[in-house]
Design a protein around this ligand. Sequence first.
Ligand code: CP3
Length: 345
Amino acid sequence: MSDPVFLRACRGEEVSHVPVWFMRQAGRSLPEYRALRGTGSILDAIADPALACEVTMQPVRRYGVDAAILFSDIVVPYHAIGFGVDVVPGRGPVIAAPFATESDLERLRDLEDEDIAHVTRTVDLVMAELDASTTPLIGFAGAPFTVASYLVEGAPTRDFAIIKSLMHSDPALFDRLLERLVAITVSFLRAQVAHGASAVQLFDSWAGSLTRDEYERFALPATQRVLAGIADLDVPTILFGVGTGELLDLMSRAGSSVMGIDWHVDLDAGRRRVGDKPVQGNLDPARCLSGVELGVEAAREVLVRAGNEAGHIFNLGHGVLPSTDPAVLEAVVRVVHEEGKAGVR
Ligand code: CP3
């Protein structure tokens, strides 16, 4: 059992303890992050490799999690090719000129290594600091549908009205858009792995806004192509979306090695729906807001549903909320390491 527990759990192997990391662990809930970050766009912080490396390392040091996740964002490659993206604090990605017509395809050229030299430099710095023999680095990207929703809507949305209009009224243009996003996503992930990321997560955060038919027609094929495009790299892949309980069986056909289960779904039920592949999840981040004792109690509920069978990576069922007290996450890591049973020999 010499390789990292996180990677072993991703492959469904026995582990010395259940691995844990937290989506959005690198960032706004940590006082040491806020002290370092100052004001200004997060894209500027990401463009500074020394800073981005430090932010990546902060949660590893404080929480003792079993994996680091690169401090970056799903819109980084699109910003890098000049699509015109900013990330507004408290709101999210905003696009100056949203994708609307065929001529906008030209604004989505292939991603070249030079475009993301700042990202791969950050990965290099992290690899020099991290003990990847115990704590590997996770790279990530947005899945094509979720990225498309930002590029087309132009800002975070609740109803996904514009992207749904596009997909149903001009499916051919929608397909060409997703084809561009697949190419860019594959390049972005391959670059992170080439520089040392040992696993990747695809965030299809907003897949849960789709019906089953829509998911199968408009999101699944592109996600499948992304995963096929990195299959030769032989790193574990995690696919995650929010509110995807009705889609988990379809999503698991995309070909990831691990399925992320969001907090709406009981972990044991989720695991059955994905056909028994390793699962990651799924403590409701809101249950980490009421102190250590209640946070630990909620984590124990997840551990019970995870059972004894190998193939569980403990995580939240969506990202860490900004107002989370780091002491709660510290306690959650402790209880998972001490009491988690899935695959523990
Ligand atoms: O997980 C980590 O700790 C690594 C860092 C990370 C960020 N974004 C940094 C960030 C990751 C994995 C992401 C992914 C991401 N970005 C997703 C998928 C994950 C999810 O939550 O479903 C999405 C949808 C985005 C787009 C995005 N970027 C949103 C919705 C926001 C929130 C806006 C806000 O301020 O509430 C961002 C900004 C962002 N990305 C922050 C961080 C730490 C917060 C803003 C800041 O610190 O300036």
